[in-house]
Design a protein around this ligand. Structure first.
Ligand SMILES: CC(C)(COP(=O)(O)OP(=O)(O)OC[C@H]1O[C@@H](n2cnc3c(N)ncnc32)[C@H](O)[C@@H]1OP(=O)(O)O)[C@@H](O)C(=O)NCCC(=O)NCCS
Length: 251
């Protein structure tokens, strides 16, 4: 997936010692061959959810996590939300005013993480303090298999990083767990049954994910650079810490 002729070069300060190599890999500079912004009109808007999006989000959550996946019982209300919703943010993808998907980020300032419903803190073999929880990644059925989840995950990662995250935590089941592992997340604890889903606790530093996802991130950045994705988050696309400058783009 090293798309579009990406070429990498290490920063001069990298590789000072083997012990620091993993951290330093995050500071690789790399340049991507890109041909100026394309003429494709922006199609998919990525932005923070407004309060008025919440009802649609909660309905889609019910549709996916109750009706489709059986994690929760079907409710007459047709909506699904919980106490963490008072403290999280949602990043949404929309097209033509239609909500295509979303992902939720719970910052460490929240009183608890959603994963604590399934895993006691004392049973979690990592220090959760300061972690940002990514959860509720949902793409509407009609919009799946177009790589949109990567766009939302990148946005959530950048939002978290920009708000001070060094570690990301979340849960995964079945193939989704394997997908998250391919992004650099690692299973770190016991499993928990939640309705029909067997959940595993996953965790990685922002640095690890940035490193594991360079080629995926490349693709997302190029979709933004070409106007296919309209980035309306107030945070910059580019990470100052994990500098990944685009020089040219072939889209
Ligand atoms: C999980 C979900 C968000 C993925 O969205 P998507 O837009 O279909 O995914 P993408 O097209 O970006 O594909 C992402 C990767 O998942 C893989 N994938 C997608 N659907 C898959 C499936 N049903 N089985 C196995 N792999 C699958 C893709 O092949 C791709 O892998 P690759 O990049 O290594 O080739 C979507 O399927 C969904 O909303 N599912 C229900 C909610 C859910 O399970 N959320 C995750 C837990 S919170």
């Amino acid at each position: 997936m090293r798309a579009l002729g990406a070429s990498f070069r290490t920063g001069a300060s990298a590789w000072v010692s083997v012990a620091r190599a993993a951290l330093q890999r995050c500071h690789l500079e790399y340049s991507v061959t890109v041909q100026g912004p394309g003429s494709t009109p922006a199609q998919t808007v990525v932005r923070l959810a407004e309060p008025s999006d919440r009802d649609t989000i909660y309905r889609l959550r019910h549709q996916v996590f109750a009706s489709e996946l059986g994690q929760h019982a079907i409710r007459d209300t047709g909506v699904l939300h919980d106490h963490v919703d008072d403290h999280n943010v949602y990043i949404v993808a929309e097209h033509g005013g239609e909500l295509l998907g979303f992902v939720s980020v719970t910052p460490p300032a929240a009183p608890s993480y959603a994963l604590e419903r399934h895993f006691r803190r004392s049973a979690v073999p990592i220090d959760l303090r300061g972690s940002f929880e990514l959860r509720l990644l949902v793409i509407a059925e009609s919009a799946r298999n177009h790589g949109l989840s990567e766009v939302l995950l990148f946005a959530a990662l950048r939002w978290s990083e920009e708000h001070g995250a060094t570690r990301i935590v979340g849960t995964g089941y079945g193939w989704v767990k394997r997908f998250y592992e391919s992004l650099g997340m690692e299973a770190v604890g016991p499993t928990a049954q939640s309705g029909a889903l067997t959940l595993e606790l996953l965790s990685a530093t922002v640095c690890q994910i940035m490193e594991s996802c360079r080629s995926r991130i490349d693709k997302v950045r190029q979709r933004i650079a070409s106007g296919i994705v309209d980035w309306r988050l107030s945070i910059p696309v580019e990470s100052a810490r994990h500098r990944l400058p685009i020089e040219h783009a072939h889209v």
